[in-house]
Design a protein. Structure first.
Lengths: 77, 528, 433
């Protein structure tokens, strides 16, 4: 590795670490997933039985049904 | 005037800002722990507190503060350290107080993804299986909270899928799905997936049972999986343009644990096909691509890519590249003995037709690829070149006979599962169809799959056997032949060997892959 | 200053509505957190609210309501206050006059005021004044009458009217002189300390009432010319665990009024009930009330009373939940969790945590030691209420359904979800969604 490479910041790990934080997908394959299960509780139970970190959400549909869900998808939460 | 020696003694005020003394003491401790800071205190500026801080050498004599102001004071060995400590104090004061003081116990039900992330800051992956109309909204919240997402739910509109995947791509998140049944991430099987050994084959699949069949066949051949990334059945359509597939290929390409790639999908839209193949070809890692039914003859030069048309061929191609050859005796539990007599049933009866009754949609598609040359093949989930059979569900619900033709049915298709569980979860919903095809004297072979793994029924063979018990032992004469494959591994929650043994005991011919089962059915039906 | 400023209706300029709403809500919560509420004065109502000097105006709790739809305690209070103001010779006369339309009824909220339970505010009552020094606005609330037979629970007999007269003639003027001789009482600070001492500022105000008494006593002593009067007032304040409630309510109103009319904001600026309807207002939706039938509190009853005796939920006091206190701060007050029948003391924190899910942020200055210094949930966001399907939780006193009997219990009630779904529909309509 040459000094020039370092100046370009392309191969210098320290220079890289100063950049934007790791995007979520970039770490997907490197770390064991810590899972939030939204829906079928059986999935969470099977994950927990394998020792996987999982939080089961007590999910319920938005109040007011699909029309309000549509509005929420536009106005955000 | 306190003797400050060589210390730099700085303070700041925050006017009209109240925190109770216990909270402030905790913050003071954090500041004092900083490098080169000799002492620090955050206090409400009451006269008594001012005096205490002055006596501690943290304040000059005169501070213009009222009791409802907060005073932050530090003494440090360098000017920078004192400045930084005060900045830290401001940061800590502005931080949400729960993060400032550690997380709550979280003993109550967690109602939202946001709350889940607040309680478990490590949470990095959302598995979503809520009803389709709400699934995209939940997935959107997950990616906005910095999580990767697997959307198991189906019935998400194309528009929602596209918007979700575009936003995820911008945020640097991966959306697997919607309608993604299977994934294995860093050794963790998600939803419908099998417990396979870890290895270096990275799989991207637009189909759940396709991933399951390939990973199980590889596992049985002694080849392990690094990751299997599902992308959802529509990802390679023209509308979606393979957004997730391309992201997944990028991830596997960059992944040190992955040495070769497998891509599994129904034949994609033409322009997407080119895009994806270019991306695969750009990787230095060897790759096998299975666009089911597409043998690659139409492909442009695709470098190191091996194009295959069945799941079995994909597994074999990978195995050969790892082992040099295929080892035929890897699956002791499966009956490979006794080559069937070709056309054993054809000469003496009207038993001429194969009735394939599938739980796994991609297994049904693979069967169509293999049987496709035979005229008159019908399917409710037809691949190009096979005639569509729209009346299958209606026919079976009425208890009527299937058309006088080879029929390959996907019993997990919408028309069969409306208001019912998927047959992989509850195989009993296939019972009536099996019984009917066995009673139909035009049936030469009943072709079945039996899918094991997480998410699947704990004993799918039992429901097949419940039907078989009503009939004499299958012989191809009084009763049709029964041919099946079992998709699973020895380490799955179901007992793979026991499932195979139970089927064999009732006269089912169990083959080592779905493709092998189809070939055997072909021979038994005299189509060899 | 009037609260009747027409809301500015704007349409979004870009497609990114969600980001605009979030930015607007951030501004709303910043205003809430920047507030500097100070108890500065006690003034006669018609001085505080000049409109009260004309006609026979009666301000009441909750969203607007006609006499014909008012519940028993509300009617009882109106009859009593009409006699108190000298508009009617008897309670019966007062009821006839009310039915004949001889009184004007308006919500307190339309005049920068709030009132607990029935929330009677009329021209000659003394009102406490909380000034939000950050934004310069003022909010008003009557002096808490104490427990037992009181007008806020619909009480209207001789003893009730006599106490109102004493508040008008003795307590009010003394407090006025005391406050005018001080720098005012920094209420934000009192509440912060109260939270660490087990108050949630709706059903438990013991600590804050004590802290307030401690702040006011020297000033009261300095201005009093009659030791007996002073002793009577100190005993009245010291003997009323809920004395601070009305100060907290005026504080809530003073914090929320500057949050009104922020375009695109979905933050709730008021929650209130009149014993018949529950109503909410939302920052970007102007003066409109979104109402639904008020619910019955679930709670515990004093000896001799049951839920059959209970009146549906009532009062402007839900302004304290609107700023993150009351049910939202249940975790600060395990004692209240028991009092209102919310389950085990150790469950109290779950109410607070669940409210975090429907709020935009939390308040770092109002933190709860028992929840690892969790800040109280702040800025109810109708989007999140609807999305989570979780309605705001309110700690409330339960009034007897007959006027004049008073409080019969305490409990928990939820804001009706329809208020929030209707408001969100209206918000979407305003944006052309």
């Amino acid at each position: 590795m040459s000094l020039n490479d370092n100046k370009n910041g392309k191969t210098d790990p320290i220079a890289r670490s100063g950049a934007a934080p790791l995007k979520p997908a970039a770490s997907l394959l490197n770390v064991a997933p810590h899972i939030v299960n939204v829906g079928v509780p059986g999935f969470a139970e099977e994950l927990a039985s394998q020792g996987v970190s999982v939080v089961q959400l007590d999910w319920r549909p938005p109040a007011g049904g699909a029309r309000l869900a549509k509005i929420l998808s536009i106005v955000g939460t | 005037m306190p003797d400050t020696g060589n210390l730099f003694v700085y303070h700041r005020l925050r006017r009209q800002y109240y925190l109770d003394s216990v909270a402030l003491m905790r913050l003071s401790q954090q500041l004092t722990a900083a490098e080169d800071v000799s002492d620090a205190a955050l206090m409400m500026a009451t006269p008594a507190n001012i005096e205490i801080m002055q006596n501690a050498g943290l304040l000059e004599a005169n501070v213009d503060a009222s009791p409802s102001d907060l005073v932050m004071a530090v003494a440090a060995t360098t000017s920078d350290a004192a400045d930084n400590a005060l900045k830290l104090a401001e940061t800590l004061l502005d931080a949400p107080s729960s993060s400032r003081a550690g997380k709550a116990s979280g003993e109550q039900p967690v109602r939202s993804i946001r709350q889940a992330v607040a309680l478990s800051p490590d949470a990095n992956f959302a598995l979503i299986s809520v009803p389709g109309e709400f699934a995209a909204a939940e997935a959107g919240k997950a990616i906005r909270n910095g999580m990767n997402v697997m959307v198991f739910s189906d019935n998400v509109s194309v528009d929602e899928e596209l918007a979700l995947k575009q936003e995820a791509r911008e945020l640097g998140c991966l959306v697997m799905g919607p309608d993604c049944g299977t994934a294995i991430i860093a050794g963790v099987p998600l939803a419908f997936a099998n417990r396979v050994n870890r290895g270096s084959v990275g799989v991207v699949g637009a189909s759940g049972t396709g991933i399951q069949e390939v990973t199980c066949l590889l596992d049985r051949a002694g080849v392990g999986i690094s990751h299997a990334i599902g992308v959802g059945g529509r990802d390679l359509s023209a509308q979606i343009g393979g957004i997730s597939t391309l992201q997944a290929l990028d991830l596997l390409d960059a992944d040190d644990a992955t040495e070769s790639l497998v891509l599994i999908s129904k034949p994609p839209a033409a322009q997407v096909r080119d895009l994806v193949l270019q991306r695969v070809a750009a990787s230095k890692k060897p790759a096998v691509v299975c666009f089911i039914g597409d043998d690659g003859s139409a492909a442009d030069a695709v470098g190191q890519i091996q194009m295959v048309s069945t799941l079995e061929a994909a597994a074999n191609a990978v195995t050969r590249s790892y082992k040099g050859s295929l080892d035929a005796s890897t699956s002791a539990a499966v009956d490979t003995s006794g080559e069937p007599t070709p056309g054993a049933t054809a000469s003496n009866s009207q038993r001429r037709f194969i009735r394939g009754l599938y739980c796994g949609g991609t297994l049904c598609a693979e069967a169509q690829v293999i049987l496709g040359a035979h005229a008159g093949l019908l399917s409710n989930a037809s691949i190009p070149g096979v005639e569509q059979l729209d009346t299958a569900a209606d026919t079976i619900n009425r208890g009527a006979d299937l058309p006088a033709a080879h029929c390959l049915l996907d019993l997990g298709a919408d028309e069969f599962t409306r208001g019912k569980p998927h047959p992989m979860i509850e195989p009993a919903i296939r019972d009536a169809a099996i019984e009917q095809s066995m009673s139909d004297d035009t049936t030469a072979v009943v072709l079945l799959d039996c899918v094991l793994g997480y998410g699947s029924h704990i004993d799918p063979a039992a429901s097949i056997i419940r039907v078989l018990e009503k009939f004499p032992r299958p012989d191809g004469k009084a009763v049709p032949h029964i041919v099946a494959s079992v998709t699973g591994t020895e380490n799955d929650p179901q007992d793979f060997a026991a499932q195979v043994a139970a089927l064999l005991e009732y006269g089912v011919q169990v083959c080592e892959s779905n493709a092998a089962a189809v070939r055997r059915a072909q021979i038994l039906a005299g189509l060899g | 200053m009037t609260s009747e400023i027409p809301s500015s209706v704007t349409t979004p300029k870009t497609d990114d509505i969600a980001a605009q709403v979030t930015a607007a809500n951030k501004l709303a919560v910043e205003r809430m957190l920047a507030a500097e509420p100070v108890l500065v004065d006690v003034v006669n109502a018609q001085e505080a609210i000049p409109e009260l000097a004309e006609g026979r105006k009666i301000l009441h709790a909750g969203p607007p309501i006609d006499w014909s739809r008012m519940c028993g305690p509300m009617r009882g209070a109106i009859a009593g206050i009409a006699v108190f103001e000298g508009w009617a010779g008897s309670l019966a006369d007062a009821e006839n006059m009310a039915a004949a339309g001889e009184f004007e009824f308006h919500p307190n909220h339309h005049f920068n005021a709030v009132g607990p339970m029935t929330g009677m505010t009329t021209r000659s009552q003394p009102l406490m004044v909380v000034e939000n020094r950050k934004f310069g606005n003022r909010a008003f609330c009557a002096i808490n009458e104490g427990l037992g037979k009181v007008m806020r629970f619909g009480g209207n007999d001789e003893s009730v009217l006599k106490r109102l007269a004493w508040l008008r003639d003795v307590a009010g003027p003394l407090m006025q002189q005391a406050l005018r001789g001080s720098d005012g009482v920094d209420v934000k600070n009192v509440i912060a300390r109260g939270l660490t001492m087990g108050d949630e500022m709706h059903q438990r105000n013991v600590a804050c009432s004590g802290l307030l008494l401690r702040e006011l006593s020297p000033h009261l002593a300095r201005v009093s010319k009659d030791a007996d009067q002073l002793a009577e007032l100190l005993a009245f304040m010291g003997g009323n665990d809920q004395f601070f409630l009305n100060v907290g309510m005026a504080t809530g109103k003073s914090i929320m009024d500057p949050v009104r009319d922020i375009p695109m904001s979905t933050i709730v600026t008021a929650m209130s009930r009149n014993g018949t309807d529950f109503g909410i207002r939302v920052s970007s939706l102007g003066d409109r009330w979104f109402t639904a039938a008020v619910e019955m509190p679930q709670g515990l009853y004093f000896p001799g009373f049951t839920e059959k005796d209970a009146n549906p939920d009532m009062g402007d006091s839900t302004i304290v939940e609107t700023i993150g206190l009351g049910g939202f701060a249940m975790g600060a007050s395990p004692a209240v969790a028991g009092f209102v029948g919310a389950g085990a003391a150790s469950d109290a924190g779950n109410y607070t945590r669940s409210m975090l899910d429907i709020c935009f942020s939390e308040n770092p200055e109002w933190s709860i030691p028992g929840l690892d210094y969790q800040g109280v949930p702040t800025g109810i966001d109708i989007r999140r209420v609807v999305d989570a399907g979780v309605a705001p939780v309110i700690n409330t006193g339960i009034a007897h359904r007959e006027p004049g009997i008073g409080q019969v219990g305490a409990g928990i009630v939820r804001a009706p979800m329809d208020c929030f779904t209707d408001a969100l529909e209206a918000f979407a309509l305003q944006l052309g969604i």
